[in-house]
Design a protein around this ligand. Sequence first.
Ligand SMILES: *Cc1c(COP(=O)(O)O)cnc(C)c1O
Length: 496
Amino acid sequence: MNLLYKSTRNNDEKVTASQAILKGLADQGGLFVPETIPALDVPVEELARMDYQQVAYEVMKLFLTDFTDEELRYCIRSAYDSKFDTPLIAPLVEKDGANYLELFHGATIAFKDMALSILPYLLTTSAKKNHVTNEIVILTATSGDTGKAALAGFADVPGTRIIVFYPKNGVSPIQEKQMVTQKGDNTYVIGIHGNFDDAQTGVKQMFNNRELCSAMDRAGYQFSSANSINVGRLVPQVVYYVYAYAQMVAKGRIRNGEPINVVVPTGNFGNILAAFYAKNMGIPIAKLVCASNENKVLYDFFETGRYDRNREFILTSSPSMDILISSNLERLIYRIAGEDARKNLQFMNDLSEKGIYTITPEMREQLSDFVGKYASEEETAEVIREVYEAADYIMDTHTAVAAKAYKKYAAETGDPTPTVIASTASPYKFTRAVMTAIDPAYDSKSDFELVDELHRLSGVPVPRAIDEIRSAPVLHDTVCGKEQMQEVVERILGLR
Ligand SMILES: *Cc1c(COP(=O)(O)O)cnc(C)c1O
């Protein structure tokens, strides 16, 4: 059976998996969703004996049905290799009464590597399958982590170029240093005077600009996206929730069939949507706890049914979640609107014109698996210190938002369900915020002194990704206004 993908904004647009990966975004700004979510066809007891790559194959083959076995196995083998600092790829560690699924063992030490280490292979394979001869231009907006992970994945990949826009004053110093030191002849990194939502909106506008796209086509280029709107990112993210459940069983932390809760620190809603897909494939996930920082637009949405981005954008210590327009929520809205593209389009138009929409009570009823929780800046710092003192485990700020959300949820409900917390970044990526949470006195030290202190305190080896940038030269220093993004892209591609 060939699984097709349809657009959330137009029921007539249907494409294969490889075409969806190539296009990134559907026409009219829609997102591609699978026509149905396939059921797992391997029992959990078998999955529990498999390594990460094998589980990846069993999950992805069901979504990417137009890839041959060899193609898919090649993509998986090339992605999940020694770029990761552990053969487990995504270790599940039990600390302080929860199971932390560590998704940060890849090349750029954030969970974005889980999908972006495979996306270049999926994309170049898709291009071959569809006889694409244009050079593929990956156009990406980043709140800090996608950018570096995409740059690392696509650097010097033949037939591709990658252009990354990031909010100049909205990322951590280590995140910025990681991006502006990126090597590769096909890489471009640009800071914008604006926030992540501005960057994401600018990128979406270019995707939807027909004139620009035909000028590119004439010059031998076409866009694709490395953002979590691309199904080539969503599908690999489903894998680790299936893997986590199988590992919970393998380690005897639960019985096969026993439900778990999942807590996900959320920004663009891609990671938690993948958990929802895993649930729909048959993994017994009870609650999906959506954890927000002070930009708690999703918390308010789950509480009230009203999505309202008209509010102040707050810069927090978990910058990869500083987002007011969570793109992937559209996939959920479409689904609870009965897969009605017209209805969904109305909500999305309201969002872009008025910044607000309210779903119907019938739609809200279908959200009963989701719980919204949030953590303030103070609570985030507090939980980092608490878990360090209780369990000698140092987590990053994003994971801390989730840990706090979990503690709040558990205290309010008394729900004893075993819980997996998605741990989305290495503490080394947000060293200053993490170390000052443990002791404010650390603030007087330099970023790399803090790296060494963190090493001393945690005993965790300093990741290669950090050692690499200690003395790396800055190779990208372009900064532009949010109105000039298209102009910059046209210059890079020689279109003006
Ligand atoms: C991107 C990111 C998130 C948010 O993930 P979404 O899929 O956008 O919801 C959370 N934590 C870290 C460290 C990230 O890089």
